[in-house]
Ligand binder design. Structure first.
Ligand code: GLN
Length: 239
């Protein structure tokens, strides 16, 4: 991976992009640019081949049927698997998160194969999880408490090769009975958090940039992004 340029691939905006998830690309571009790091973003439609030379791949949420189609196309394409073998960064939200796992529940709740890149299994839960979610991130990731918006029927369990991304303070998250939200494995990180998640949680955006560059980043002055995070955190868990 180049140290002075980041190629961002926004996977299938025509199928996977709910609740403003595309904002995740914008905040990565912005926080790289503020540090003088150029970025290039590819908006990859679902009828195009997945480029294998990306540094950060982003997947958003989606309705059940577009999610099924996206999973089929990504499985057939194989480009995301190749990128994962190169240790590229993959950040996947909600439907995208479920697709990264071994299987997920389809529109009738039927188990369908995912990409198997993240050791998780998803299935249709008992009731829809909708609303604000706040969680405390695994200490080793050094990201402060995160805030997002969730809307999903699916629930997700984490296998031995992946780790919980965070522990729920308020909201549902994975809905696995263990109180976890999201999962990560190497440079692949999945979460149920929309918001968009990286806009609400600038430290999480910086974690992905750090992974992509393989080095620490120069700190930035607090911006509207930190103010948005504070405002959303306060709305859910008043300090
Ligand atoms: N269709 C999936 C579910 O309901 C994902 C929803 C979403 O991405 N918002 O669980």
């Amino acid at each position: 991976m180049s140290s002075d340029h980041i190629k961002i691939v926004w996977i299938y905006p025509d199928l996977l992009s709910t609740y403003g998830d595309q904002g995740n690309t914008l905040v990565l571009e912005r926080r790289a640019a503020l540090r003088g790091i150029p970025t290039e973003t590819v908006h990859l439609r679902s009828d195009e081949p997945v480029p294998q030379d990306g540094d950060i791949y982003l997947l958003g949420g989606g309705e059940d049927r577009p999610q099924i189609l996206a999973a089929q196309r990504l499985r057939n394409d194989g480009g995301l698997h190749a990128a994962a073998r190169r240790n590229a960064v993959i950040f996947a939200v909600c439907a995208g998160y479920q697709i990264m796992g071994h299987e997920f529940g389809g529109d009738e709740g039927q188990p369908l194969p995912g990409l198997g890149l993240l050791d998780i299994r998803s299935y249709r839960g008992q009731q829809r999880a909708v609303g604000e979610v706040v969680s405390d991130v695994a200490a080793e990731l050094q990201v402060p408490r995160v805030t997002g918006f969730e809307n999903h029927m699916g629930a997700t369990t984490i296998g031995p090769n992946a780790r919980p991304f965070s522990k729920v303070v308020s909201g549902v998250g994975n809905g696995d009975g263990q109180g976890f939200e999201g999962a990560y494995q190497g440079h692949i990180l999945g979460t149920y958090m929309h918001g968009p998640a990286l806009v609400r949680n600038p430290a999480l955006a910086d974690l992905l940039l750090t992974w992509a560059l393989g080095r620490q980043l120069q700190p930035l002055e607090p911006s509207w992004s930190e103010r948005l995070r504070d405002e959303r955190l306060n709305a859910v868990v008043p300090s």
